[in-house]
Write a protein that binds this ligand. Structure first.
Ligand code: ADP
Ligand code: MG
Length: 729
C-alpha cells in the first residue's frame, strides 16, 4: 500500500477510546457554569443594576451608560474569578461561522504596572476594523469602521479563558453586516404581528416568542485519515472516491450501537455543551456510516442560534481531543446520505401557549388553525425566498440527492390537520355561523373539541413538515447559520399575520363577529395557499412535475435561486417588517454570489491538483508496470500465445489510457472555463458562469478517477478509500 495511506489507516484503526471523566457533581451543578446568566448577574451586580438589566432584557429595552458600567464591572469580576484574562465581542459575519477579536483586561495603572479594567463602553460597543469581512460593497475599504454592539438578550459566556460577548455587527452607516441584526429584527417583527393576532384569543398576551430546536447532523473521520485527504482538508468533502462495497445498504447504522471512541467524544461534547448552557439532550447514530446527530432542547430562537454557532466551534475542538475531525459539510461523501440541520420552529405566547399546538377548547383550536393557515400562506407566498434562505454551494449537493428533500419548498401537514382544513374549506357560510353559535365552535370536525395530533404521522421526504406542535424546516444545511432560514421564515410569517389582522379587523368593523371573521379569513388562506400543501413523496419525479404545474419555485441553480431575495415581493416583505432595506438585500446577495464562486473555485482547483498530481502519476506508474509485464510476456512466449496471455492486461492498459486522457482533457477544459469565468466582473454573472460551466466537470472528472481507483493496484493508491474513511473502529 502507498506508505502514507498504509500508515494512516493503521494509525486510525488501532486507536482506542479516550476516556472522559464524568464530573462528580450532578448536571444541575455544572450546567451553565461558564455563562453569565441571571444567577451570576444577581450575585455580581448591585441589586439596582440587576433589576434594571433584567427589566431591559425582558422588555427589549436599551440600557444606559451607567448601567453598562455597572454590568461590565460585575462581568469582569466574574470572568477574572473564572480564570478568563481576555474578552471579545463575538459576532456572526456573513461567512458561516463566528468572529472574535480578543483584548486582554489589562490597562496601565500609571505606576508602571497594570490594572484589570473593563469599562461599560467596551462592553456595549466596539469599532472593529470591518473591511476584511464580506460586505457586498456597502463598505469601501477606506471606511473601515464597523460597530459591534452587545445583544443583551443573549448572555455572555466564557470559552477558552475568554469572556465572549454576543454582539450585532453593523456598518458605519447602519446596515447590518451580520446574521444577528436581521434575526433580531425578524423576531421583533413576528413578536409584534403574532401578539396582535394572539390577542383575539387572549387579551393578556404581551409577547410572542419564536422558538428553535435544531438537530445538528455531522460526520466524524479519524484525523489521520482526514489529513491524508487534501480534498477533505481544503473543501470539507471528498471530491473523489469509489463507493465502498458496504455502505448504508444494510441500514445497520441508524440508531445503532455507538462505537466506543465516538461515545466518549459525545460524552465529552455534551459536558462542554452543558457547562456553556447549551441544553444538549439527544444523541444518536444517523443513517450513513460515521454520521451522527446532536439535538438540544429547543430555546428562544436567537439564543438557540447562538448556541448552534457555539456548538459548531465546540464540536470541532472536542473532536480533535478524540483524534477525530468533524465534517459539517452537507455532502461529504457521494452515494450515502448527506447532513442537514433540521430547524424545529414554533411560536409561543408569554402566557405559555404554543400557537401551533391544538388546545382543549374550541377557541384554542381556532387559534391553532388560524396560525397554521397563516404559516401556510407565508410559506406559499415566499417559497422561493425560503429556498434561497437555505441554499448554498454546499447544500446544493444535498438537496435533491435522493435522501434529501428536493430543491422545492412544499409543506406537509399530516392526515389530521389536512382533514380539518378540508372540513373548514367546504363548510358553507351558514354552517360557519352555526359553528360560531352559543354552543361553541367545535370546528365541526369530529365533535370533540380536544384535538390530539398524532405525532407518528411523519413524512421524512418533506422539506417543511408539521410535527404535532411545531414545524420542522428540514432543508437547512448542516453547515449553515440557522439565522438565514429563521430570518426569512419569521419575517414572512410576520408579514402574513399583519395582513391577516388587517383583513379580520376590516370585517369586524363591518359588523361581523370575531369568530366569523376569523373563520372566513382562515378559509381564504386555506384555499389560496393550497398549492404549497403536499403530503406525498417529495423524492419522486412525479412531484417535481406536479410542483412545476402548481407554480412553486423549482429553480435548481444556486446562483439563480438567490435572485428570490431581490424579487419585488421579498423586497416589500423585508421592508414592511423592517428586517432588511433594499441596500442591505443587494449587498447581501453580492456576498452570497461571491461566496458561491469562491467555494466552487477552491473545489475546482483542489480537484484539478489531485487529478494531475495524485491520480494521474500513480495510474501512469501502474500502467507502466503493466506495460512492462506485457512486454516481457510477449518476448518470452510465441507470438499467438503471448498475445493471448497478455490480452487482459492490454485491455486494462487501454482502458486506463482512455480514462487518463479524458481526465487530463477535462481538467484542462475546466481550467479554461474558470479562467473565462474569472474575467467576469459582475458577481451574479460570475457565479452563474461557475455554476453552468465549471461545476459540471466535477462529477465527470470524478467518474473517471473512481474508475481508475478500481483498476490501479490497491497498494499504490495514495488517498484513503471510502471503505477506510467510513468505518470507525
Ligand atoms: P425528532 O423525532 O424529529 O428527532 P425530537 O423529539 O428529537 O424530534 O425533537 C427535535 C427537536 O425539536 C428538539 O430540539 C426539540 O427540543 C425540538 N422541539 C420540540 N418541541 C418544539 C417546539 N414546540 N418548538 C421548537 N422546537 C421544538
Ligand atoms: Mg426531527
Amino acid at each position: 500500500m502507498s506508505q502514507l495511506r498504509f500508515n494512516v489507516v493503521e494509525e486510525a484503526f488501532s486507536r482506542k477510546a479516550i476516556e472522559v471523566k464524568l464530573p462528580k457533581e450532578l448536571p444541575n451543578e455544572y450546567y451553565a457554569k461558564y455563562v453569565f446568566n441571571r444567577e451570576k448577574m444577581f450575585k455580581y451586580l448591585p441589586s439596582k443594576a440587576y433589576k434594571a438589566l433584567v427589566n431591559a432584557i425582558d422588555n427589549k429595552e436599551p440600557i444606559s451608560r451607567e448601567l453598562a458600567d455597572s454590568v461590565a464591572a460585575g462581568m469582569k469580576q466574574w470572568a477574572l474569578e473564572m480564570g478568563a484574562r481576555h474578552y471579545t465581542h463575538w459576532f456572526h459575519p456573513l461567512t458561516d461561522g463566528t468572529a472574535e477579536k480578543h483584548d486582554s483586561f489589562i490597562e496601565h495603572d500609571g505606576k508602571g504596572g497594570v490594572i484589570e479594567e473593563f469599562a461599560g463602553k467596551l462592553l456595549v460597543q466596539q469599532e472593529p476594523d470591518a473591511s476584511s469581512f464580506p460586505n457586498g460593497g456597502i463598505r469601501n475599504t477606506f471606511e473601515a469602521r464597523g460597530y459591534s454592539a452587545w445583544d443583551i438578550s443573549s448572555p455572555a459566556f466564557i470559552l477558552d479563558n475568554t469572556l465572549c460577548i454576543p454582539t450585532i455587527f453593523i456598518s458605519y452607516t447602519g446596515e447590518s453586516l451580520d446574521y444577528k441584526t436581521p434575526l433580531l429584527r425578524a423576531l421583533n417583527s413576528v413578536d409584534k404581528a403574532a401578539t396582535a393576532v394572539a390577542k383575539y384569543f387572549d387579551e393578556n398576551v404581551k409577547h410572542v416568542n419564536s422558538y428553535l430546536g435544531w438537530e445538528q447532523e455531522y460526520f466524524l473521520v479519524d484525523e489521520a485519515l482526514y489529513s491524508a485527504r487534501p480534498d477533505l482538508v481544503l473543501t470539507g468533502r471528498t471530491l473523489m472516491g469509489h463507493e465502498s462495497a458496504k455502505n448504508q445498504q444494510l441500514e445497520d447504522h441508524y440508531f445503532g450501537a455507538i462505537p466506543s471512541r465516538v461515545e466518549a467524544f459525545m460524552l465529552d461534547l455534551e459536558l462542554e455543551c452543558h457547562k456553556l448552557g447549551i441544553p444538549a439532550k439527544t444523541r444518536h447514530n444517523e443513517v450513513a456510516p460515521n454520521q451522527f446527530e446532536l439535538a438540544p432542547i429547543f430555546e428562544e430562537t436567537n439564543l438557540a442560534n447562538d448556541h448552534n454557532l457555539l456548538l459548531m466551534s465546540l464540536i470541532a475542538e472536542v473532536a480533535r481531543r478524540h483524534n477525530f475531525r468533524v465534517l459539517l459539510h452537507e455532502k461529504p461523501f457521494a452515494g450515502i446520505n448527506g447532513s442537514g440541520k433540521h430547524n424545529n420552529w414554533s411560536l409561543g405566547t408569554d402566557t405559555g401557549v404554543l400557537l401551533f399546538a391544538p388546545g382543549k377548547t374550541p377557541m384554542q383550536n381556532l387559534q391553532f388553525i388560524t396560525f397554521i393557515a397563516n404559516v401556510m400562506a407565508a410559506v406559499y407566498r415566499h417559497n422561493g425566498l425560503l429556498k434561497a434562505s437555505i441554499s448554498s454551494a454546499t447544500n446544493a449537493h444535498r438537496l435533491g440527492a435522493n435522501e434529501a428533500p428536493p430543491a422545492i419548498i412544499s409543506m406537509f401537514l399530516g392526515s389530521q390537520v389536512s382533514a380539518i382544513l378540508d372540513k373548514l374549506e367546504t363548510n358553507t357560510k351558514d354552517e360557519l355561523i352555526s359553528l360560531a353559535g352559543k354552543e361553541g365552535m367545535t370546528l365541526n370536525v369530529s365533535q370533540i373539541p380536544e384535538l390530539l395530533i398524532d405525532n407518528t404521522d411523519r413524512n421524512r421526504t418533506s422539506p417543511f413538515a408539521f410535527t404535532g406542535n411545531r414545524f420542522e424546516f428540514r432543508a437547512v444545511g448542516s453547515s449553515a447559520n440557522c439565522a438565514s432560514a429563521m430570518i426569512a421564515l419569521n419575517a414572512a410569517v410576520a408579514e402574513q399575520l399583519i395582513m391577516f389582522k388587517k383583513a379580520v379587523d376590516e370585517r369586524i368593523a363591518k359588523g361581523e363577529t370575531l369568530v366569523h371573521a376569523l373563520l372566513q379569513e382562515v378559509k381564504n388562506l386555506i384555499v389560496w395557499s393550497k398549492p404549497i400543501h403536499f403530503d406525498g413523496n417529495g423524492y419522486s419525479d412525479e412531484w417535481k412535475a406536479e410542483a412545476a404545474k402548481r407554480g412553486l419555485d423549482c429553480e435548481t441553480s444556486t446562483p439563480l435561486i438567490f435572485d428570490a431575495y431581490l424579487a419585488p415581493a421579498s423586497i416589500e416583505m423585508f421592508k414592511k417588517t423592517g428586517v432588511f432595506s433594499e441596500v442591505e438585500l443587494n449587498a447581501r446577495n453580492e456576498v452570497k454570489w461571491e461566496i458561491y464562486t469562491k467555494k466552487v473555485q477552491i473545489e475546482a482547483r483542489v480537484l484539478g491538483d489531485l487529478a494531475m498530481n495524485h491520480v494521474i502519476p500513480v495510474a501512469t506508474r501502474y500502467q507502466s508496470i503493466l506495460l512492462d509485464n506485457v512486454y516481457k510476456i510477449k518476448s518470452l512466449f510465441p507470438k499467438e500465445k503471448g498475445l493471448a496471455i497478455a490480452e487482459q492486461d492490454m485491455t486494462l492498459i487501454e482502458s486506463m489510457a482512455s480514462h487518463m486522457s479524458l481526465i487530463k482533457n477535462m481538467v484542462n477544459e475546466m481550467v479554461e472555463a474558470r479562467k473565462k469565468a474569472n474575467k467576469i466582473e459582475d458577481e451574479r454573472s460570475k457565479a452563474i458562469a461557475y455554476h453552468d460551466t465549471v461545476v459540471p466537470y466535477f462529477d465527470q472528472i470524478r467518474y473517471h478517477i473512481d474508475k481508475l481507483e478500481l483498476m490501479v493496484d490497491n497498494e499504490m493508491w495514495p488517498l484513503p478509500k471510502y471503505r477506510e474513511l467510513l468505518f470507525i473502529r
